[in-house]
Design a protein around this ligand. Structure first.
Ligand code: F6P
Length: 366
């Protein structure tokens, strides 16, 4: 009997644990006699480009990969089969829908099923392709933990650990200099990384996209942390946080196909606003940026990513297409793709964790 072929790809921003998912898929497939695994380079671009870039993935190739950060397949958060960027004669860019052409190519190269590891944007592409008849299974990926249909995504806990380690370091220097320290962390729409690391690191202020802040309330909290000139204050701010009545700090990207606002700089802005509001203590800010996405996944994320990989392959073997694997403690379940991308997982101001943080004296500027 001819081998069936499953193609795996990674889309969107990278995230620790992607390689562990790929390894899980390949290892599970290698226990069968009828499936082989190939990888598509740089999300769907490997099929859309000429010549195509599809690589064979066998057990040897994925050996030890659970430790490795990034993705061996490469990734992109620009374009895709439904919005492929094309330069026009006048030099400007437009997008074209290449999904039908891509489906024809997939069938030509003998792909029977696809596993798409990616965030909400990638899973919207999965849904669009599934509706056009592709056998596809989604695996959720987001450092921000903003996908609503899974308790956690891999990579998130690693990012939280990196931010917590950073807070631990900032505390000693802040205390030595009686400074206010602002740590800017990732979190475009959801403040989960900021909230978890603020609690774990013992921060004094946590500013998140879901709770617009009042600069005077932040100033009040800083004042509480000082006895005249002595004291220090740690503020964790998510990149998507904004002042009450204000907007996020960032810029429109000039990168072709990049559809998000490029966030960044809220920490610097906050430092300036606090000075302008009359805070006289020294203020410093640190932007953790992509350090949160790089490097080795912590054990929790390796386990979750491996579970997702093994289960996604089993979904393919069982013909459970149009689903995204998800973690609903204590199980790994299947969620229809249409449901999986419907809403975001945002921090509710009334949630248990915000309550806990407030119980610890953490201020949200509300
Ligand atoms: O969505 C995940 C995320 O890490 C955001 O928190 C961040 O704004 C964005 O990706 C940055 O991605 P990149 O710089 O890779 O485009």
């Amino acid at each position: 009997m001819a081998l069936k072929r499953v193609m795996v790809l990674t889309g969107g921003g990278d995230c620790p644990g992607l390689n562990a998912v790929i390894r899980g898929i390949v290892k599970r497939a290698s226990q069968t006699t009828d499936w082989e695994v190939v990888g598509c380079v740089e999300s769907f671009n490997g099929v859309l480009r000429e010549p195509t870039e599809i690589i064979e993935l066998d057990e040897k190739r994925v050996e030890g990969l659970q430790i490795q950060g990034g993705t061996i397949l490469g990734t992109t958060n620009k374009g895709g089969p439904f919005a492929w960027p094309v330069r026009q004669p006048d030099g400007s860019w437009t997008t074209v829908d290449r999904s039908d052409e891509m489906l024809r190519k997939l069938s030509y190269i003998g792909v029977d099923a696809v596993i798409n590891i990616g965030g909400d944007g990638s899973q919207r592409i999965s849904l669009g392709l599934y509706e056009k008849g592709l056998n596809i299974v989604g695996v959720p990926k987001t450092i921000d933990n903003d996908l609503s249909m899974t308790d956690y995504t891999f990579g998130f806990q690693t990012a939280v650990q990196i931010c917590t380690d950073a807070i631990d370091k900032l505390v000693t220097t802040a205390a030595s200099h009686n400074r206010v320290f602002i740590l800017e962390v990732m979190g475009r729409d959801a403040g989960w990384i900021a909230l978890h690391s603020a609690i774990a690191g013992g921060a004094d202020v946590c500013l998140i996209p879901e709770i617009p802040y009042d600069i005077d309330r932040v100033k009040e909290k800083i004042a509480q942390r000082y006895d005249k000139r002595r004291g220090y204050c740690i503020i964790v701010v998510a990149e998507g946080a904004k002042p009450r009545g204000g907007s996020v700090t960032g810029a429109v990207s000039d990168e072709v196909g990049y559809q998000h606002i490029k966030l960044g700089g809220v920490g610097e802005q906050l430092a300036a606003d606090l000075k302008a509001a009359g805070v006289e203590h020294d203020i410093r800010y640190t932007i953790l940026g992509h350090l949160q996405r790089g490097g080795t996944p912590i054990a929790f994320d390796r386990v979750l990513a491996s579970e997702f990989g093994v289960r996604a392959m089993e979904f393919v073997m069982d013909g459970r297409f149009g689903q995204m694997v998800a973690y609903h403690h204590p199980d790994i379940v299947g969620i229809p793709l249409a449901e999986a991308v419907r809403t975001q997982n945002l921090v509710s101001p009334d949630s248990r964790l915000v309550h806990t943080a407030k119980g610890l004296g953490i201020a949200f500027g509300d």
